[in-house]
Design a protein around this ligand. Structure first.
Ligand SMILES: [Zn+2]
Length: 328
């Protein structure tokens, strides 16, 4: 990662930080606030690299020196990340951090620490940290991150520079994915499923979403053309891929998007299609269908989503859904 790359998704934040780097006026404590998946940790780690790297070119860390590499791999001795231990961040965790700091510089006198989900600090942990924030030594930087800024104590707010991370628009998310090598049909799909870039990459990881998509398309093809195959495909392909409840829920979302595309084909609004590379299949299904039939199929999928959240057995739920999709 470089600041230039991060600028694509968080332009304002990157401008503020890189300006401070240029002027050598970094704050000693930041609070990064914003929704999950807006890149708070990535920016924090980039800041850590910039802080430690002695081979910088302008504001950009070199990415190849031992400081950069160890930060990247998560084992730099002077970069600490604190995360909630269970439901809270406890005073002992802050005490340990202070202890680490008192061994002045494992390698240098610089120290960098990140406290994630800072709203989860207990009152005593927050007060413990406060003393720390009040006595900046000019050689350390703290980054607190939170998705719930309203739960952060005002005493902490007043001692940090607050930077607000904004969520990506679907368009921005798709552009970013495409720039990183994800193909257009898949970026269109991911843009419908999430606005969290991290989640999008997770779904893309190991081709999970690519396979999920082709299994779903196989299933809907069989529903309309080879109904005797449907149960077999459920057993052999569908359930082994959509194992967890959240995965099955995503599978149902995929089905819903497919039938919405059939509907869009029927009413000739193809410019909004998600499955742009399967227009032949969509047209074939649209030919044998009607608006009323597709609406009923979409309603059946929504009903299945409701039943899934009410913990109905997935096997039963999917088999019944397949029957309703065939009736349509
Ligand atoms: Zn470096």
């Amino acid at each position: 990662m470089t600041w230039n790359e991060l600028k694509e998704t968080q332009e304002k934040i990157v401008k503020i930080i890189t300006n401070s780097i240029r002027k050598q006026r970094l704050a000693h404590a930041y609070l990064f606030e914003g929704a999950k998946g807006t890149g708070k940790r990535k920016v924090a780690l980039q800041l850590a690299k910039t802080f430690f790297c002695d081979e910088k070119e302008g504001v950009e860390a070199c990415g190849t020196c031992s400081d950069c590499k160890r930060i990247e791999s998560g084992n730099h001795p002077d970069v600490h990340i604190i995360q909630p231990d269970g439901q809270t961040i406890k005073i002992d965790q802050i005490r340990n951090l202070k202890k680490e700091f008192s061994y002045r510089g494992m390698e240098s006198i610089r120290k960098f620490y990140i406290i994630e989900d800072a709203e989860k600090m207990t009152i005593s942990a927050a007060n413990g940290l406060l003393k720390f924030l009040e006595e900046p030594d000019g050689q350390s930087i703290a980054v607190l991150t939170t998705t719930e800024v309203h739960r952060i104590l005002s005493t902490i707010l007043s001692r940090t520079q607050i930077l607000s991370f904004t969520p990506l628009t679907p368009l921005k998310l798709m552009e970013t994915l495409e720039k990183n090598g994800v193909t257009r049909p898949i970026t269109r799909l991911l843009g419908q499923l999430t606005n969290d870039i991290e989640e999008a990459y997770q779904l893309y990881h190991d081709d999970w979403i690519v396979q999920a998509r082709s299994i779903m398309i196989q299933l809907v093809e069989e529903v309309s053309a080879r109904p005797h195959q449907v149960l077999l495909t459920l057993q052999e392909n569908w359930f082994p891929h959509f194992k967890e409840k959240n995965q099955l829920n995503l599978g149902l979302d995929l089905l819903l998007l497919w039938y919405r595309d059939v509907l869009r084909t029927l009413i000739a609004t193809e410019d909004q299609l998600i499955f742009v590379d399967h227009t032949d299949k969509l047209e074939r299904q649209a030919l044998n269908s009607s608006q009323r039939k597709v609406s009923q199929q979409m309603a059946a999928i929504l009903e299945a989503k409701r039943r899934l959240s009410a913990n109905v057995n997935p096997q039963l739920l999917m088999e019944q859904l397949m029957m309703r999709l065939q009736e349509g």
